[in-house]
Design a protein around this ligand. Structure first.
Ligand code: NAD
Ligand code: UDP
Ligand code: UDP
Length: 318
Protein backbone atom coordinates (compact mmCIF):
# COMPACT_ATOMS: atom_id res chain seq x y z
CA UNK A 1 0.00 0.00 0.00
CA UNK A 2 1.37 3.39 -0.90
CA UNK A 3 1.50 5.97 1.88
CA UNK A 4 0.25 9.54 1.65
CA UNK A 5 3.32 11.62 2.35
CA UNK A 6 3.36 15.36 2.97
CA UNK A 7 6.60 17.20 2.15
CA UNK A 8 6.64 20.82 3.33
CA UNK A 9 9.20 22.91 1.47
CA UNK A 10 8.88 20.33 -1.32
CA UNK A 11 9.68 22.81 -4.11
CA UNK A 12 13.06 23.65 -2.57
CA UNK A 13 16.46 22.13 -3.16
CA UNK A 14 16.29 19.16 -0.77
CA UNK A 15 12.50 18.88 -0.89
CA UNK A 16 12.35 18.41 -4.66
CA UNK A 17 14.87 15.55 -4.51
CA UNK A 18 12.93 14.02 -1.63
CA UNK A 19 9.61 14.21 -3.55
CA UNK A 20 11.28 12.48 -6.49
CA UNK A 21 12.72 9.71 -4.32
CA UNK A 22 9.37 9.12 -2.56
CA UNK A 23 7.52 8.88 -5.89
CA UNK A 24 10.13 6.41 -7.12
CA UNK A 25 9.34 4.30 -4.03
CA UNK A 26 5.65 4.22 -4.92
CA UNK A 27 4.36 6.78 -2.38
CA UNK A 28 1.70 9.45 -2.91
CA UNK A 29 3.32 12.84 -2.44
CA UNK A 30 1.65 16.09 -1.39
CA UNK A 31 4.15 18.90 -1.87
CA UNK A 32 3.36 22.04 0.13
CA UNK A 33 5.34 25.21 -0.51
CA UNK A 34 4.84 28.97 -0.45
CA UNK A 35 7.58 29.48 -3.09
CA UNK A 36 9.57 31.86 -0.90
CA UNK A 37 12.86 30.25 -1.92
CA UNK A 38 11.54 27.20 -3.77
CA UNK A 39 10.87 27.22 -7.50
CA UNK A 40 8.33 25.65 -9.79
CA UNK A 41 11.19 24.60 -12.07
CA UNK A 42 12.45 22.24 -9.33
CA UNK A 43 9.26 20.17 -9.49
CA UNK A 44 7.97 20.98 -13.01
CA UNK A 45 8.90 17.48 -14.17
CA UNK A 46 6.71 15.96 -11.40
CA UNK A 47 3.54 17.95 -12.06
CA UNK A 48 1.97 15.41 -14.44
CA UNK A 49 2.74 12.45 -12.18
CA UNK A 50 -0.45 10.66 -11.04
CA UNK A 51 0.78 10.31 -7.44
CA UNK A 52 2.06 13.90 -7.11
CA UNK A 53 0.09 16.93 -5.94
CA UNK A 54 1.26 20.49 -5.36
CA UNK A 55 -0.34 22.92 -2.92
CA UNK A 56 0.73 26.54 -2.52
CA UNK A 57 0.49 27.18 1.20
CA UNK A 58 2.41 28.91 4.00
CA UNK A 59 2.99 26.55 6.94
CA UNK A 60 2.59 29.40 9.44
CA UNK A 61 -1.15 28.95 8.74
CA UNK A 62 -3.04 25.79 9.74
CA UNK A 63 -3.30 23.00 7.21
CA UNK A 64 -6.00 20.34 7.22
CA UNK A 65 -5.15 17.36 5.01
CA UNK A 66 -5.12 13.59 5.57
CA UNK A 67 -1.64 12.06 5.52
CA UNK A 68 0.38 9.13 6.93
CA UNK A 69 3.81 10.75 7.07
CA UNK A 70 5.12 14.32 7.21
CA UNK A 71 8.59 15.57 6.25
CA UNK A 72 8.83 19.13 7.57
CA UNK A 73 11.41 20.94 5.43
CA UNK A 74 9.74 24.33 4.98
CA UNK A 75 12.22 27.05 5.98
CA UNK A 76 14.65 29.22 4.04
CA UNK A 77 18.05 27.60 4.54
CA UNK A 78 20.78 29.94 3.33
CA UNK A 79 21.94 32.92 5.39
CA UNK A 80 21.06 35.37 2.59
CA UNK A 81 17.48 34.09 2.42
CA UNK A 82 16.77 33.50 6.10
CA UNK A 83 18.12 36.96 6.99
CA UNK A 84 15.96 38.65 4.34
CA UNK A 85 12.89 38.48 6.65
CA UNK A 86 14.18 37.14 9.97
CA UNK A 87 10.83 37.42 11.77
CA UNK A 88 9.16 35.29 9.09
CA UNK A 89 12.07 32.80 9.41
CA UNK A 90 11.41 32.29 13.12
CA UNK A 91 7.66 32.10 12.49
CA UNK A 92 8.18 29.47 9.80
CA UNK A 93 10.26 27.27 12.10
CA UNK A 94 8.20 27.74 15.26
CA UNK A 95 4.58 28.26 14.13
CA UNK A 96 5.21 25.98 11.15
CA UNK A 97 6.35 23.23 13.54
CA UNK A 98 3.32 23.74 15.79
CA UNK A 99 0.93 23.46 12.85
CA UNK A 100 2.61 20.40 11.38
CA UNK A 101 2.77 18.76 14.83
CA UNK A 102 -0.93 19.57 15.34
CA UNK A 103 -1.61 17.96 11.97
CA UNK A 104 0.48 14.90 12.92
CA UNK A 105 -1.38 14.65 16.23
CA UNK A 106 -4.81 14.72 14.57
CA UNK A 107 -3.94 12.32 11.74
CA UNK A 108 -1.57 10.13 13.85
CA UNK A 109 1.05 10.65 11.17
CA UNK A 110 4.74 10.10 11.80
CA UNK A 111 6.64 13.38 11.45
CA UNK A 112 10.27 14.16 10.58
CA UNK A 113 11.88 17.52 11.22
CA UNK A 114 14.67 18.85 8.99
CA UNK A 115 16.81 20.33 11.74
CA UNK A 116 20.31 21.58 11.23
CA UNK A 117 23.92 21.51 12.36
CA UNK A 118 23.35 25.21 13.14
CA UNK A 119 21.77 24.13 16.44
CA UNK A 120 25.42 23.62 17.52
CA UNK A 121 26.24 27.25 16.60
CA UNK A 122 29.96 28.02 16.60
CA UNK A 123 30.88 24.77 18.35
CA UNK A 124 33.58 24.18 20.95
CA UNK A 125 33.18 20.40 20.59
CA UNK A 126 34.64 18.92 17.42
CA UNK A 127 33.42 16.88 15.62
CA UNK A 128 29.87 17.60 16.73
CA UNK A 129 28.05 14.79 18.57
CA UNK A 130 24.30 14.81 19.19
CA UNK A 131 24.81 15.10 22.96
CA UNK A 132 26.52 18.50 22.58
CA UNK A 133 24.13 21.36 23.46
CA UNK A 134 25.76 23.93 21.21
CA UNK A 135 26.99 27.49 21.40
CA UNK A 136 24.45 29.74 19.72
CA UNK A 137 24.22 33.52 19.93
CA UNK A 138 20.54 34.22 20.76
CA UNK A 139 20.52 37.80 19.41
CA UNK A 140 22.76 37.79 16.32
CA UNK A 141 21.96 37.85 12.59
CA UNK A 142 21.94 34.01 12.39
CA UNK A 143 19.75 33.59 15.49
CA UNK A 144 16.38 33.65 13.68
CA UNK A 145 17.42 30.45 11.93
CA UNK A 146 19.41 28.76 14.70
CA UNK A 147 17.02 29.50 17.56
CA UNK A 148 13.95 28.85 15.39
CA UNK A 149 15.31 25.40 14.59
CA UNK A 150 16.24 24.80 18.25
CA UNK A 151 12.72 25.73 19.36
CA UNK A 152 11.26 23.45 16.68
CA UNK A 153 13.29 20.58 18.16
CA UNK A 154 11.91 21.45 21.62
CA UNK A 155 8.36 21.35 20.23
CA UNK A 156 8.96 17.97 18.59
CA UNK A 157 10.17 16.42 21.84
CA UNK A 158 7.38 18.04 23.88
CA UNK A 159 4.73 16.77 21.45
CA UNK A 160 6.24 13.32 21.89
CA UNK A 161 6.31 13.55 25.71
CA UNK A 162 2.90 15.23 26.00
CA UNK A 163 0.95 13.62 23.15
CA UNK A 164 2.93 10.46 22.27
CA UNK A 165 3.72 11.48 18.68
CA UNK A 166 6.08 9.43 16.54
CA UNK A 167 8.85 11.95 15.82
CA UNK A 168 12.18 11.92 13.96
CA UNK A 169 14.61 14.83 14.30
CA UNK A 170 17.43 14.95 11.77
CA UNK A 171 20.31 17.42 12.13
CA UNK A 172 21.40 18.06 8.57
CA UNK A 173 24.93 19.28 7.86
CA UNK A 174 25.87 21.28 4.74
CA UNK A 175 24.37 19.58 1.71
CA UNK A 176 24.94 20.39 -1.96
CA UNK A 177 23.95 19.24 -5.42
CA UNK A 178 21.82 20.07 -8.47
CA UNK A 179 18.93 22.55 -7.88
CA UNK A 180 20.75 24.59 -5.29
CA UNK A 181 19.41 28.08 -5.80
CA UNK A 182 21.51 30.35 -8.03
CA UNK A 183 21.00 33.38 -5.80
CA UNK A 184 21.08 31.98 -2.31
CA UNK A 185 24.75 32.76 -1.73
CA UNK A 186 25.72 29.35 -0.40
CA UNK A 187 29.33 28.48 -0.84
CA UNK A 188 29.08 25.57 -3.30
CA UNK A 189 26.67 27.33 -5.68
CA UNK A 190 28.64 30.59 -5.41
CA UNK A 191 32.00 28.99 -6.18
CA UNK A 192 30.72 26.81 -9.04
CA UNK A 193 28.92 29.73 -10.70
CA UNK A 194 31.88 32.06 -10.21
CA UNK A 195 34.21 29.44 -11.72
CA UNK A 196 31.94 28.75 -14.70
CA UNK A 197 31.48 32.47 -15.40
CA UNK A 198 35.21 33.15 -15.03
CA UNK A 199 34.54 35.56 -12.15
CA UNK A 200 36.69 35.95 -9.04
CA UNK A 201 36.00 33.35 -6.35
CA UNK A 202 35.03 35.04 -3.08
CA UNK A 203 36.66 33.57 0.02
CA UNK A 204 35.14 35.08 3.15
CA UNK A 205 38.02 35.79 5.52
CA UNK A 206 41.09 33.68 4.84
CA UNK A 207 38.96 30.69 3.78
CA UNK A 208 40.44 28.74 6.70
CA UNK A 209 37.01 27.97 8.20
CA UNK A 210 35.96 24.37 7.56
CA UNK A 211 32.77 22.62 6.48
CA UNK A 212 31.85 19.03 5.56
CA UNK A 213 29.72 18.66 2.44
CA UNK A 214 27.18 15.92 1.82
CA UNK A 215 25.82 15.13 -1.64
CA UNK A 216 22.03 15.50 -1.87
CA UNK A 217 21.27 11.88 -2.91
CA UNK A 218 23.06 10.57 0.19
CA UNK A 219 21.11 12.96 2.39
CA UNK A 220 17.73 12.00 0.93
CA UNK A 221 18.51 8.29 1.38
CA UNK A 222 19.20 8.95 5.08
CA UNK A 223 15.92 10.89 5.48
CA UNK A 224 13.88 8.04 4.06
CA UNK A 225 15.80 5.52 6.18
CA UNK A 226 15.17 7.55 9.34
CA UNK A 227 11.45 7.80 8.60
CA UNK A 228 11.34 3.99 8.30
CA UNK A 229 12.87 3.32 11.74
CA UNK A 230 10.59 2.21 14.55
CA UNK A 231 8.95 4.59 17.02
CA UNK A 232 11.74 4.25 19.59
CA UNK A 233 14.18 6.01 17.25
CA UNK A 234 13.55 9.75 17.62
CA UNK A 235 16.98 11.28 17.11
CA UNK A 236 18.21 13.93 17.15
CA UNK A 237 20.53 12.31 14.70
CA UNK A 238 23.34 13.90 12.71
CA UNK A 239 23.37 13.34 8.97
CA UNK A 240 26.16 14.62 6.80
CA UNK A 241 29.47 13.70 5.29
CA UNK A 242 32.35 13.68 7.80
CA UNK A 243 34.88 14.61 5.10
CA UNK A 244 35.94 18.04 6.38
CA UNK A 245 37.84 20.61 4.35
CA UNK A 246 38.65 24.29 4.43
CA UNK A 247 36.69 26.69 2.27
CA UNK A 248 39.94 27.52 0.46
CA UNK A 249 40.44 23.81 -0.38
CA UNK A 250 36.86 23.68 -1.66
CA UNK A 251 37.58 26.64 -3.96
CA UNK A 252 40.66 24.87 -5.30
CA UNK A 253 38.67 21.66 -5.98
CA UNK A 254 36.06 23.66 -7.89
CA UNK A 255 38.73 25.41 -9.96
CA UNK A 256 40.42 22.09 -10.77
CA UNK A 257 37.16 20.36 -11.75
CA UNK A 258 35.86 23.24 -13.92
CA UNK A 259 39.25 24.04 -15.46
CA UNK A 260 38.48 27.68 -14.66
CA UNK A 261 40.92 30.61 -14.79
CA UNK A 262 39.17 32.33 -11.85
CA UNK A 263 41.32 33.91 -9.12
CA UNK A 264 40.70 33.66 -5.39
CA UNK A 265 39.85 36.97 -3.70
CA UNK A 266 39.00 37.81 -0.08
CA UNK A 267 35.83 39.32 1.33
CA UNK A 268 35.05 40.17 4.96
CA UNK A 269 34.03 37.31 7.21
CA UNK A 270 30.27 37.41 8.01
CA UNK A 271 29.20 37.80 11.67
CA UNK A 272 28.93 34.60 13.76
CA UNK A 273 30.29 32.43 10.91
CA UNK A 274 31.19 29.05 12.52
CA UNK A 275 34.92 28.32 12.24
CA UNK A 276 34.67 24.58 11.89
CA UNK A 277 32.01 21.98 11.35
CA UNK A 278 32.07 18.20 10.94
CA UNK A 279 29.39 15.70 11.90
CA UNK A 280 30.03 12.69 14.08
CA UNK A 281 27.80 10.15 12.29
CA UNK A 282 28.32 7.17 14.60
CA UNK A 283 24.61 7.20 15.51
CA UNK A 284 23.41 7.40 11.89
CA UNK A 285 25.62 4.46 10.98
CA UNK A 286 24.26 2.39 13.88
CA UNK A 287 20.56 3.36 13.71
CA UNK A 288 20.14 3.65 9.93
CA UNK A 289 22.93 1.46 8.59
CA UNK A 290 23.73 4.54 6.55
CA UNK A 291 26.91 6.31 5.49
CA UNK A 292 27.43 8.75 2.63
CA UNK A 293 28.78 7.12 -0.51
CA UNK A 294 29.33 10.01 -2.93
CA UNK A 295 32.89 11.35 -2.97
CA UNK A 296 33.30 15.14 -3.06
CA UNK A 297 34.79 15.23 -6.57
CA UNK A 298 31.98 13.08 -7.93
CA UNK A 299 29.23 15.16 -6.29
CA UNK A 300 30.91 18.41 -7.35
CA UNK A 301 31.19 17.15 -10.94
CA UNK A 302 27.44 16.44 -11.05
CA UNK A 303 26.70 19.85 -9.53
CA UNK A 304 28.99 21.57 -12.02
CA UNK A 305 27.24 19.74 -14.90
CA UNK A 306 23.86 21.00 -13.58
CA UNK A 307 24.98 24.63 -13.37
CA UNK A 308 26.74 24.43 -16.75
CA UNK A 309 23.48 23.29 -18.34
CA UNK A 310 21.53 26.01 -16.49
CA UNK A 311 23.88 28.75 -17.74
CA UNK A 312 23.71 27.35 -21.29
CA UNK A 313 19.88 27.43 -21.10
CA UNK A 314 19.99 31.03 -19.85
CA UNK A 315 22.31 31.99 -22.71
CA UNK A 316 19.97 30.36 -25.27
CA UNK A 317 16.88 32.24 -23.98
CA UNK A 318 18.70 35.59 -23.54
P1 NAD B 1 15.39 25.69 0.22
O1 NAD B 1 15.35 27.13 0.56
O2 NAD B 1 15.76 25.29 -1.16
O3 NAD B 1 14.00 24.99 0.57
C1 NAD B 1 13.12 25.45 1.56
C2 NAD B 1 11.71 25.42 0.98
O4 NAD B 1 10.78 25.84 1.99
C3 NAD B 1 11.54 26.36 -0.20
O5 NAD B 1 10.92 25.68 -1.26
C4 NAD B 1 10.66 27.48 0.36
O6 NAD B 1 9.86 28.11 -0.63
C5 NAD B 1 9.85 26.73 1.40
N1 NAD B 1 9.31 27.59 2.46
C6 NAD B 1 9.95 28.55 3.17
N2 NAD B 1 9.11 29.12 4.06
C7 NAD B 1 7.91 28.49 3.92
C8 NAD B 1 6.65 28.63 4.55
N3 NAD B 1 6.45 29.54 5.51
N4 NAD B 1 5.63 27.84 4.13
C9 NAD B 1 5.81 26.92 3.14
N5 NAD B 1 6.99 26.75 2.50
C10 NAD B 1 8.03 27.52 2.90
O7 NAD B 1 16.37 25.00 1.27
P2 NAD B 1 16.91 23.51 1.39
O8 NAD B 1 18.36 23.56 1.33
O9 NAD B 1 16.19 22.62 0.47
O10 NAD B 1 16.52 23.16 2.89
C11 NAD B 1 15.39 22.37 3.22
C12 NAD B 1 15.34 22.15 4.73
O11 NAD B 1 16.52 21.49 5.16
C13 NAD B 1 15.25 23.45 5.51
O12 NAD B 1 14.39 23.26 6.61
C14 NAD B 1 16.66 23.66 6.00
O13 NAD B 1 16.69 24.38 7.19
C15 NAD B 1 17.15 22.23 6.17
N6 NAD B 1 18.61 22.14 6.07
C16 NAD B 1 19.24 22.28 4.86
C17 NAD B 1 20.63 22.21 4.81
C18 NAD B 1 21.39 22.34 3.50
O14 NAD B 1 22.62 22.29 3.52
N7 NAD B 1 20.75 22.45 2.37
C19 NAD B 1 21.37 22.05 5.99
C20 NAD B 1 20.69 21.94 7.19
C21 NAD B 1 19.31 21.98 7.23
N1 UDP C 1 -3.43 22.16 13.12
C1 UDP C 1 -3.34 22.08 11.75
N2 UDP C 1 -3.87 20.99 11.13
C2 UDP C 1 -4.49 19.98 11.80
C3 UDP C 1 -4.55 20.07 13.21
C4 UDP C 1 -4.03 21.17 13.84
O1 UDP C 1 -2.79 22.95 11.10
O2 UDP C 1 -4.91 19.03 11.15
C5 UDP C 1 -2.86 23.32 13.81
C6 UDP C 1 -3.89 24.05 14.64
O3 UDP C 1 -4.23 25.24 13.98
C7 UDP C 1 -3.21 24.32 15.96
C8 UDP C 1 -1.86 23.67 15.85
O4 UDP C 1 -1.89 22.84 14.70
O5 UDP C 1 -2.97 25.70 16.11
C9 UDP C 1 -1.52 22.84 17.04
O6 UDP C 1 -2.49 21.82 17.20
P1 UDP C 1 -2.78 21.17 18.61
O7 UDP C 1 -3.89 20.18 18.42
O8 UDP C 1 -1.53 20.66 19.18
O9 UDP C 1 -3.18 22.40 19.50
P2 UDP C 1 -4.53 23.11 19.79
O10 UDP C 1 -5.39 22.97 18.58
O11 UDP C 1 -5.07 22.40 20.96
O12 UDP C 1 -4.12 24.51 20.06
N1 UDP D 1 31.58 31.34 2.06
C1 UDP D 1 32.63 31.89 1.33
N2 UDP D 1 32.34 32.48 0.13
C2 UDP D 1 31.10 32.51 -0.41
C3 UDP D 1 30.04 31.94 0.33
C4 UDP D 1 30.31 31.37 1.57
O1 UDP D 1 33.79 31.87 1.77
O2 UDP D 1 30.94 33.06 -1.52
C5 UDP D 1 31.88 30.67 3.34
C6 UDP D 1 31.02 31.13 4.51
O3 UDP D 1 31.60 32.24 5.15
C7 UDP D 1 31.00 29.90 5.41
C8 UDP D 1 31.10 28.73 4.42
O4 UDP D 1 31.58 29.29 3.20
O5 UDP D 1 32.14 29.87 6.23
C9 UDP D 1 29.77 28.04 4.18
O6 UDP D 1 28.81 29.02 3.87
P1 UDP D 1 27.30 28.68 3.52
O7 UDP D 1 26.55 29.96 3.50
O8 UDP D 1 27.26 27.82 2.32
O9 UDP D 1 26.80 27.75 4.73
P2 UDP D 1 26.83 27.90 6.33
O10 UDP D 1 27.66 29.06 6.75
O11 UDP D 1 25.41 28.06 6.71
O12 UDP D 1 27.44 26.61 6.76
Amino acid sequence: MSKRVLVTGGAGFLGSHLCEALLARGQEVLCVDNFFTGRRANIAHLLGHPRFELLRHDVTFPLYVEVDEIYNLACPASPRHYQHDPVQTTKTSVIGAINMLGLAKRTKARILQASTSEVYGDPEVHPQVEGYWGRVNPIGPRSCYDEGKRCAETLFFDYRRQHGLSIKVMRIFNTYGPRMDVDDGRVVSNFVLQALRGEDITLYGEGAQTRSFCYVDDLVAAMIALMATDDAVTGPINVGNPHELSIRDLAERVIALTGSQSRLIHRPMPADDPRQRRPDITQAKAALGWAPSTALDEGLSRTIAYFRELLAKEARTA
